[in-house]
Design a protein around this ligand. Structure first.
Ligand code: APR
Ligand code: ZN
Ligand code: ZN
Length: 375
């Protein structure tokens, strides 16, 4: 029996107060309004950014809220005016919108749609959210909130993907993979034969390595304080792995010496503000390019020694790997289907949504690259 037009009661992991564990609750998900889409979520990953939202000290959102922004699902129903997806379509949820109309969307070089201002309200639309729990309006992290069995999001934040795509794997393309892989390909524009250094070997950092390898880098040096991450880093393409604590010299000096002046391309993927200066200093002094990918809290100012800029180094940012979300993320799914890259090494665990606090703990303990949650 069709559920279109009706309220759906289902489960979601709800955060009631900053720093608290997630509670599996029954929620009500109202039908989609104009230009909105109701999705049955099939799989969701937990990203490093979600982990930060679960920490009290970094919490800036409004509760109650459903976290999660890497998801895939099937369209249950669509609101008025929706033309790009229909009931039954397999879709990927986009953690950045693409409205198609703003100056960013109309410029082929840009990817941070001005509608990101809506995402920052953590609501479906200016008028609120379609989700309630125990009589309270529930916020959705970046207007998405994938730690749920159903969600309602804007049409500009969802894209149809290949009919044959395995949804339980494709969810990690939605943020982690697209962010890391695109940072190497689009933001840094890694060149064949170049040297690269990647700091932070979570799901995003490993995806940077996959991108560097695809771009033809000859040397990819993986750096992490957790040596347990090295096996996976090598499996996806790192040529060497280094733990900073194993050296007497600072790691930037080690890299400077190893590559006669530093690496051609360096990537900050730890999200730790103190690492940025190290990563920049690891870049080749004359032409090195340093890309900051790790999401650093908005109130943090970076401390960078001025001498690092008495050089030809470039320091740049990257969001969602520079991809135009609605247009290009589905192409990454097609590239996966065409076996251009492998995602299996990134998915280390699969659990049901009601075990989400276990998954969070695995991430906290550094025992997990990506844990995919299924309903
Ligand atoms: N030096 C080297 N590695 C570090 C350091 C450091 N000082 N601090 C942390 N790390 C490593 C951790 O050991 C971990 O392996 O960085 C890795 C971060 O990985 P995850 O927490 O799994 O995060 P991921 O999902 O990959 O996201 C990375 O991008 O989207 C952002 O907010 C996200 O900041 C996070 C970053
Ligand atoms: Zn736009
Ligand atoms: Zn993310």
């Amino acid at each position: 029996m069709s559920t279109a037009g009706k309220m759906i009661r289902c489960k979601a992991a709800v955060l009631w107060k900053p720093g608290a564990p997630l509670d599996i609750e029954e929620i009500e998900v109202a039908p989609p309004k104009v230009e909105e889409v109701r999705i049955k979520i099939v799989a969701t990953g937990i990203c490093g950014t979600d982990m930060r939202s679960l920490e009290k000290k970094e919490f800036t959102h409004l509760c109650p809220i459903i976290i999660g922004h890497e998801g895939t699902g099937i369209v249950e129903s669509v609101g008025e005016g929706v033309s790009t997806v229909k009931t039954g379509d397999k879709v990927i949820i986009l953690c950045l919108p693409q409205c198609g109309k703003c100056n960013t969307c109309l410029n082929s070089k840009n990817n941070i749609c001005t509608e990101i201002k809506l995402s920052m309200t953590h609501l479906t639309s200016e008028a609120g959210s379609r989700i309630t729990c125990k009589g309270k309006l529930v916020h959705q992290y970046v207007s998405i909130g994938t730690f749920s069995e159903y969600t309602v999001i804007k049409e500009m934040s969802v894209a149809k993907i290949d009919e044959g795509a395995p949804l339980e794997k494709m969810c990690i393309i939605g943020c982690g993979f697209a962010t890391g892989y695109g940072a190497a390909i689009n933001s840094a524009k890694v060149t064949p034969g170049s040297t690269c250094a990647v700091f932070g070997l979570g799901g995003v950092g490993l995806s940077v390595i996959i991108g560097c390898k695809a771009a033809g880098a000859s040397r990819i040096i993986a750096v992490d304080i957790n040596k347990d991450k090295f096996v996976k880093a090598k499996a996806v393409g790192a040529t060497e792995c280094l733990a900073p604590q194993d050296f007497e010299k600072p790691i930037q000096q080690v890299l400077f010496d190893m590559m006669s002046g530093g690496a051609d391309f360096c990537f900050e993927v730890t999200g730790n503000p103190d690492t940025v200066e190290t990563v920049l200093a690891s870049c080749h002094k004359d032409h090195g390019v340093c890309v900051i990918i790790g999401a650093i809290a908005s109130w943090v100012s970076l401390n960078l020694n001025s001498q690092l800029f008495f050089s030809g180094r470039t320091l740049k940012g990257s969001a969602l790997g520079g991809w135009k979300p609605k247009e290009e993320i589905p192409k990454l799914v097609s590239d996966y289907m065409a076996k251009k890259f492998d995602l299996e090494p990134l998915i280390t665990q699969t659990l049901t949504l009601n075990k989400i606090n276990e998954a969070v703990q695995l991430m906290k303990n550094g025992q997990c690259i990506r844990c995919v949650l299924l309903p």
